[in-house]
Design a protein around this ligand. Structure first.
Ligand SMILES: NC(=O)c1ccc[n+]([C@@H]2O[C@H](COP(=O)([O-])OP(=O)(O)OC[C@H]3O[C@@H](n4cnc5c(N)ncnc54)[C@H](OP(=O)(O)O)[C@@H]3O)[C@@H](O)[C@H]2O)c1
Length: 329
């Protein structure tokens, strides 16, 4: 089978198309004939070596890239009782989805309802589950709350706006271009603005009568985190769930006090998908909302295995609006 591997960490040039044997499903796992893989920024962080020392996301070289996908079960390993050959499934946080076949632990795979396409399921799992736990478990958004979503036109950003709006919160959004501002507004942001080197804070403060928002969702990190503090209300919550611009490494906890006794958290998806029940609960919510049309995912672009390098470059150059997909069937 064909797969995309990295043998060393680095830029898009380290992505290699490699022919390998179709794997066998280990005990407790299923073998899936892949239909689609999602492409996301974490694949870029993985390729760059940012998880080389991670305990939550241990990556060992050589590694078949990609950590989310969908397809059809073609073989089951010993002890698997929840899935059978022919089932349509989707999953995330299992490496190896940039390939024609993948081995997936059965407890991490969810069945895809007949009325949902495998493409949409692949697009929904990683980003959908992330937006779900951030909005509902970490932020615990409720009617009357206010929040700010950075990188609002990105894969998770668009979903966060929609889930927050559905929960009854008022959503403010930031992004980098006027076109992306329009996308954030279309998804439901009541006010979307450009970052403008941190000047968005004044706009957000003004729009909240000087108070600041209850919650900030910050996936950008280094460039925005301290401005996120300034945009947050007294005793509010800053959720730094990504670091696309780099990590803040010089943060003194005193800064949180000086910013208004803020709460800062750096949560991870793996800690919010700890059992088949938890995965199933999030999948049920996200899939149902996609099927009834109350949640929309925009497929930003479709790529083949030969075009993965282009996909990574486009993500890094901030050209992607929505969710990029790798077509494998
Ligand atoms: N903690 C978790 O559980 C969790 C789970 C999933 C993903 N993540 C993290 O969330 C982040 C976003 O992932 P994603 O896949 O949804 O990506 P994405 O938001 O679709 O794409 C990244 C966006 O970030 C913005 N950006 C700002 N500064 C940037 C820079 N220096 N370089 C590149 N982009 C920049 C761009 O939007 P603008 O042009 O609008 O600024 C870009 O479109 C990643 O760090 C990922 O690892 C965390």
């Amino acid at each position: 089978m064909q797969s995309i591997q990295i043998q060393q960490y680095g830029g898009p040039e380290v992505l290699q198309r490699v022919a390998v044997a179709v794997p066998q499903p280990a005990s407790g796992c299923v073998l899936v004939k892949m239909a689609y893989s999602g492409i996301n920024f974490m694949d870029i962080h993985t390729r760059q070596g940012k998880y080389a020392q991670s305990r939550t996301y241990p990556v060992r070289l050589p590694c078949t890239l990609g950590m989310e996908g969908s397809g059809e079960v073609v073989a089951v390993g010993e002890g698997v009782t929840t899935l059978a050959v022919g089932d349509r499934v989707a999953w995330c946080i299992v490496w190896g989805s940039y390939a024609q076949y993948a081995v997936v632990p059965a407890w991490q795979a969810v069945k895809v309802p007949a009325s949902l396409s495998l493409e949409m399921a692949a697009a929904a799992v990683f980003h959908g589950f992330t937006a779900h736990y951030l909005a509902h478990d970490v932020a615990q958004l409720k009617p009357g709350m206010t929040c700010l979503v950075h990188a609002a036109s990105g894969g998770i950003g668009q979903l966060l706006i929609q889930l927050a709006t559905r929960a009854g919160a008022q959503v403010f959004a930031t992004t980098s271009t006027p076109d992306k501002v329009r996308v954030a507004e279309q998804r439901g942001a009541s006010l979307a603005v450009l970052y403008e080197g941190g000047r968005f804070v004044d706009v957000i403060r003004q729009a909240t009568q000087g108070r600041g928002v209850d919650v900030v969702f910050d996936s950008i990190g280094l460039v925005t985190l301290r401005d996120s503090f300034r945009a947050t209300r007294n005793r509010g919550l800053v959720i730094n769930y990504g670091n696309v611009s780099g990590s803040v490494r010089d943060l003194d906890p005193l800064e949180l006090g000086e910013s208004g006794s803020l709460f800062l958290t750096r949560p991870r998806l793996a800690d919010h998908l700890r059992s088949a029940q938890e995965i199933g609960r999030r999948a049920k919510d996200i899939f149902a909302a996609l099927i009834d049309g109350s949640l929309q995912i925009h497929i930003a672009a479709r790529y083949t295995l030969d075009q993965v390098e282009d996909a990574h470059e486009a993500l890094e150059l901030r050209q992607m609006v929505g969710k990029p997909i790798l077509v494998l069937e």
